[in-house]
Write a protein that binds this ligand. Structure first.
Ligand SMILES: [Zn+2]
Length: 296
């Protein structure tokens, strides 16, 4: 194992790299290794999510659908489901990354964070077509992966495989479809929002305008989630309500950050260095003491 591949926690180097800068706010990043030239890591927040998810699968989802199994079996299913989801999200992000690389967009790596994954782009796509293809690649991958898991679960049921195996495969089929659908919501910077921005960009040829509209819609969707979360909270559904509020706040932050980043990038892009330097600086001879130019 080389030094680069050894997993270790480092204080958030992904912070400024993520396309939606808000994604890195949770700090630490655990580096896992490299797939097809892309570095894969998990945000520290994902470890908490992994525990919560395993627990909610072991205590809620699996017992409700596959009753009369032993508690340790449910836990094994919960952990297998969480690892399967982890792999599914990596494959989703990997497909964004592969298409991005084909379109000449520099990719820095993949990080799984609190609400899923993010493929870290070093630059923005150059054309609406490239943006569209990069954005849609992830949900397409999730639909294909989900379909494969559904087929496997049907096959394992037909072959009378043990219930836990069929159960985990069914869950993975379902969760990949949920991943595809949630990411296709046209709320920038989610995949669907990027598709929406690509369409607007193609229509008017104005990336700045397209980004503004797409991030306003993204921000509005975030607000809807917060309101739904608050309603859910007041109706006594504490955990679901808090999740919706968190995701809504996250989306609003990410939408705003993505727009700001584009503005900064656009403002500096193509500007000659001379714009940021003094063309005719006053120089002094290296021999004279510092006090004389200051006094002069
Ligand atoms: Zn995606």
């Amino acid at each position: 194992m080389t030094e680069r591949e050894r997993p270790h926690v480092s204080p958030g180097p992904s912070r400024s790299r993520a396309p939606g800068g808000a994604l890195g706010v949770f700090g630490g990043r655990l580096r896992l290794g490299t797939i097809l030239g892309f570095e894969v890591g998990v945000d520290a927040s994902w470890i908490l999510i992994a525990v919560l998810l395993s627990w909610s699968l072991a205590a809620g989802f699996f017992p409700a659908r596959f009753p009369d199994l032993a508690v340790p079996t449910y836990w094994a299913m919960g952990i297998a489901g969480t690892l399967g989801l982890f792999l599914s999200v990596v494959l989703h992000e990997l497909s964004h990354s592969l298409i991005a690389r084909r379109h000449g967009v520099e990719m820095r790596g993949i990080t799984l964070f609190l609400f899923g994954g993010v493929a870290q782009m070093g630059s923005e796509p150059q054309t609406p077509k490239a943006e569209f293809r990069i954005a849609i690649a992830g949900p397409i991958a999730s639909v294909i992966i989900g379909g494969l898991f559904f087929l496997l679960s049907l096959g394992s049921a037909a072959a009378s495989a043990p219930t836990p195996v069929t159960g985990v495969l069914t869950y993975l089929g379902l969760i990949n479809m949920v991943l595809a659908i949630f990411n296709l919501v046209p709320a920038f910077p989610l995949d669907g929002g990027r598709v929406f921005r690509a369409v607007l960009w193609h229509m008017k040829g104005d990336l700045r305008w397209a980004t503004r509209i797409a991030s306003q819609v993204g921000s509005g969707f975030g607000m809807v989630l917060i309101v739904l979360g608050a309603m859910s909270l007041f109706s006594g559904n504490l955990i679901a309500g808090m999740w919706w509020i968190l995701i809504g706040m996250f989306l609003r932050g990410a939408a705003r950050k993505s727009y700001q980043q584009l503005m900064v990038r656009r403002a500096l892009e193509g500007e000659p260095v001379s714009r940021f330097m003094c063309a005719d600086p006053t120089t002094v001879s290296p021999d004279i003491s510092l006090s004389s130019p200051v006094e002069d």
